[in-house]
Design a binder for this molecule. Structure first.
Ligand code: SF4
Length: 358
């Protein structure tokens, strides 16, 4: 089979490695662009959320390149994500693409279904090979997160923002080339050392901002107009609440997010789907950790984040932390995002100055 998958942050480096080593031919979709989104918007229901539209556009582009199978994840709980694989499949079939969808559901929710879908992927080279490659893929997942969080710390301090981004991309390349756990660890060491060699301003005291919201728009730079990079280049330390590793662990093994959810309980005491409850808990935690502010990313029409947005003013007031919610859809432009970020950062700087003066 000729298999493809959607982009989400750096996850493609792990997924493509894994699929190749399991014995599959991969069709890389183009990196999401305006063309991808336009395609998705054209064929998706109007009320669908932004991730649905970008994914649909990505699938259409990959199918044009010859893919016949799509690997994607499922979902559970009160959010539409659980239906997306099936709805995508029906739209693509109606458009004349008899594509096969492999939808990996969270293993703890439907273990039989998960194993059945996984077996399809494992078939060409067997389970022993799967176990071996899984270890390497897991190691890659871990080091990609470490490299990215180091970038977030160093980018606001770097004297040349362009240089640090280039060095980071070289680091990704090193990790991509690694073919064993030992090589993955060595690649990380080399990449970190190169990042730490980029000259920085050691006296810089950057604003500290937490980045929260729906997973796809938080992780995928195209969906959020590269907000992390924009902020880093404006001299802000961005702490992202979601990384690939913690998301995979939470989804696969069901642990890791309990503290965040507990922090949300005084304001929202039940799951509302997606990352809605987490968004509230994360604001509470960022306030407790002394962050200057929080940026909340939400796809337009995303019910979980609409719920959290409606509670956000109360959390922000009680905890004394400013929160900026950015709703994202196909109409959102980078200039608008940049203007809103600049205004928000001005507010945070004034708040910090007042605190320092008192
Ligand atoms: S969490 Fe929101 S954006 Fe994500 S799939 Fe669900 S409804 Fe769509």
């Amino acid at each position: 089979m000729k298999i493809t998958f959607p982009y989400m942050g750096t996850s493609h480096l792990v997924i493509s490695f894994f699929l190749k080593e399991l014995g599959h031919e991969i069709v890389y979709p183009p990196v999401p662009s305006q063309k991808t989104l336009s395609l998705g918007v054209k064929y998706a229901p109007e009320f669908a959320c932004l991730p649905f539209k970008i994914l649909l556009g990505t699938y259409l582009e990959a199918l044009e390149l010859g893919a016949d199978t799509i690997l994607t994840s499922g979902g559970c709980g009160p959010c539409r994500a659980g239906y997306y694989g099936e709805i995508h499949r029906r739209i693509l079939h109606d458009l004349g693409y008899p594509v096969k969808m492999i939808i990996l559901e969270p293993p703890l929710v439907s273990p039989r279904d998960f194993l059945h879908q996984l077996a399809e992927l494992v078939r060409p080279k067997g389970w022993l090979n799967f176990a071996k490659q899984f270890r390497i893929a897991w190691a890659k997942l871990k080091v990609l997160d470490e490299l990215e969080s180091t970038l977030h710390k160093l980018r606001p301090l770097a004297l040349s923002k362009q240089e640090i981004t280039k060095v980071y991309e070289e680091g990704l390349e090193l990790i991509d080339q690694a073919r064993s756990v030992k090589e993955v660890k060595a690649a990380l060491e080399e990449a970190l050392s190169r990042l730490h060699n980029v000259p920085i301003d050691p006296y810089c005291q950057p604003l500290k901002v937490g980045l929260i919201g729906e997973i796809y728009v938080v992780l995928e730079p195209f969906a959020n107009h590269d907000v992390e990079k924009l902020l880093g280049e404006m001299g802000v330390y961005v702490h992202r609440s979601i990384f690939l590793m913690n998301w995979t662990r939470d989804n696969a093994f069901g642990y890791g997010e309990k503290d965040v959810r507990a922090a949300a309980v005084p304001y929202l005491n039940q799951l509302v789907g997606g990352h809605g409850q987490n968004s509230i808990g994360e604001v509470v935690r960022y306030a407790e950790q002394g962050f200057d502010g929080v940026i909340h990313l939400a796809p337009f029409t995303c019910i979980p984040e609409i719920v959290s947005k409606s509670i956000m003013p109360a959390v922000s007031r009680d905890k004394g932390i400013p929160v900026l919610t950015l709703f994202l859809d196909e109409q959102t432009g980078q200039a608008g995002i940049q203007t809103r970020l600049e205004a928000f950062l001005d507010l945070l700087r004034q708040k910090r100055m007042k605190q320092e003066a008192s």
